[in-house]
Design a protein around this ligand. Structure first.
Ligand SMILES: CC(C)(COP(=O)(O)OP(=O)(O)OC[C@H]1O[C@@H](n2cnc3c(N)ncnc32)[C@H](O)[C@@H]1OP(=O)(O)O)[C@@H](O)C(=O)NCCC(=O)NCCS
Length: 209
């Protein structure tokens, strides 16, 4: 696909099983370590498979002429008095960018989340991701909070490093290697935890429920 104009039909539908691989590869192409170190760190095929299983109604793809133009993966978080829609991943094929694809994907997922009770939306991205920040600002997202991401190499830590050595030795003695856990952790819990959410809502929003 090379010639695309704004009048071409952007078709948004639910992500199907055959979309998992192309969606993963599009994300891999876009969430690169040099541009977005934090996004890259957490993007893998389990993100797509996991959300496809748990939140299929908030996993949408956009296509045009049968080609994957972009995708959005989200979830809903329900707390005592509020329901939050959370956009976890959004990506548009560079060939189709600046043509309203993300706009359509976000509108559709937000409409579904509203239908399911959401009255507040969350999204997060790397602070240097200017296109995404401009995009979300234009969509009405604001109240930006910087989120500090800390990391630690456990092998190099005095205490945890010893625990790792101990685990290795234990595994060798038992003649097995521990496999990766079947359920993977989601992208940032940080922004989505109650400690942050409550002040976010409390500041300048009121509930209509
Ligand atoms: C951010 C992203 C999803 C936007 O997708 P898109 O389909 O190009 O966005 P739209 O065409 O709907 O853009 C609507 C508006 O957003 C803003 N915008 C989008 N891309 C922009 C860019 N590169 N620079 C500046 N503003 C931009 C503009 O205001 C644009 O309106 P305009 O084209 O009339 O100026 C896309 O750039 C992308 O996939 N980026 C890489 C992945 C990513 O960072 N995802 C978000 C974090 S999970």
């Amino acid at each position: 696909m090379t010639n695309f104009d704004k009048t071409d039909l952007i078709y948004v539908r639910e992500l199907g099983i055959d979309d998992i691989s192309p969606v993963y590869h599009l994300g891999e192409q876009l969430f690169t370590s040099d541009l977005y170190p934090y996004l890259y760190r957490t993007w893998d095929e389990w993100e797509v498979i996991g959300l496809y299983n748990t939140d299929p109604e908030y996993c949408l793809v956009a296509e045009t002429d049968g080609e994957l133009a972009g995708f959005i993966l989200g979830t809903i978080i329900t707390k005592a008095s509020w329901t939050y829609g959370y956009i976890l991943w959004l990506a548009v094929n560079p060939q189709f960018q600046r043509r309203g694809v993300a706009d359509k994907l976000v509108d559709k997922v937000v409409a579904r989340m509203i239908e399911d009770g959401a009255r507040f939306m969350l999204v997060d991205t790397d602070p240097t991701n200017t296109p995404a920040l401009k995009f979300f600002n234009r969509k009405g997202f604001g109240n930006i909070r910087q989120h500090i991401f800390l990391s630690m190499n456990l092998s190099k830590h005095e205490h945890y490093g010893r625990l790792i050595d101990y685990e290795h030795q234990k595994a060798e003695r038992a003649g097995y290697r521990r496999t990766r856990p079947a359920i993977r952790a989601r992208k940032p819990d940080g922004i989505a935890n109650e400690v942050l959410l409550n002040p976010l809502v409390g500041e300048n929003q009121t509930t209509d429920e």
